[in-house]
Design a protein around this ligand. Structure first.
Ligand SMILES: Nc1ncnc2c1ncn2[C@@H]1O[C@H](COP(=O)(O)OP(=O)(O)O)[C@@H](O)[C@H]1O
Ligand SMILES: [Mg+2]
Length: 253
């Protein structure tokens, strides 16, 4: 049975998509069966994995009940993926029925036994899509930038997780926070690590030991639709992401 893991933060540009793709590809390199679900209407993860988003069923059709989950899976080099499409942005208005928080959980139930891990890349919002992700998940991982703005919005994130725990999924656990685009040499980053620890306390979780370095190879790899290990195996960020995968495995994930 797959462990389901949401990668989330309602802020954009903090490394959700990058972390989802790199951690998922890392687990696959370790020999696990991995599926990613792109829940962001902007479809960045789908693009960076080289997946089709137009001429195929996406998570939008699945959530609407118009496509079968298993037959919507695309097998890519880095991992299997269910892609997204801009139509997904209409879901908040389209889905008003009772039980709408459970649509993703139900959709994934038929493929859960075919994978070891299912990673959910979430949009930069605390929307019904994010609530669906938390409802379907066993664990939440939060990528965060080491900057002062990271403090903002943590209260709302914490509140959303608490509400999901209360009404939809009492078992979901915030496994930890990963600092991304991190540069240990700058004083600012070191100071923010202290701030991040306060945030972790607030969310009743921890900062992972592994931090992810800033590297231009990250964006280059995405542009070339390759995972970071394939694009630049010796790269610092590639090494950091593999360290993160190993840390997660050590933690029992
Ligand atoms: N470690 C890193 N070093 C350099 N650039 C990064 C790193 N992680 C992410 N980026 C870049 O930052 C931008 C935002 O990252 P992304 O993963 O798309 O964030 P989100 O999904 O939270 O919006 C992207 O252009 C990505 O290539
Ligand atoms: Mg993203």
């Amino acid at each position: 049975m797959a462990k389901i893991i949401s990668v989330t933060n309602q802020k954009g540009g903090v490394g959700k998509t990058t972390t989802t793709g790199a951690v998922a590809a890392g687990y696959k390199l370790k020999g696990y069966k991995v599926l990613c679900v792109d829940l962001d209407p902007q479809a960045n993860l789908s693009f960076s994995a080289g997946a089709e988003t137009e001429e195929c069923p996406t998570i939008y059709e699945i959530l609407k009940g118009e496509a079968n989950t298993y037959f919507s899976i695309q097998k890519m080099d880095s991992f299997d993926i269910i892609s997204s499409n801009i139509l997904l942005s209409g879901i908040e208005l389209e889905f008003t029925q009772t039980g709408r928080e459970y649509l993703l959980k139900e959709a994934l139930s038929s493929v859960k036994d075919k994978y070891d891990y299912i990673f959910l890349d979430t949009p930069p919002a605390l929307s019904i899509l994010t609530v669906n992700a938390f409802t379907a998940s066993d664990f939440i991982i939060i990528p965060m930038l080491a900057d002062i703005f990271s403090l903002q919005g943590i209260a709302q994130l914490s509140e959303t997780i608490d509400r999901v725990r209360k009404y939809c999924n009492s078992n979901v656990k915030v496994e930890g926070i990963v600092l991304t685009k991190f540069n240990m040499r700058t004083v600012l980053s070191r100071e923010i690590k202290g701030t991040a620890e306060l945030i972790a306390e607030r969310l009743n979780t921890e900062i992972f030991n592994t931090t992810i370095r800033s590297s231009v190879a990250v964006m280059e790899a995405q542009t070339n639709q390759l995972d970071i290990y394939n694009y630049s195996p010796k790269n610092g960020a590639a090494k950091d992401y593999m360290d993160l995968v190993e840390e997660l495995i050590e933690r029992g994930l």
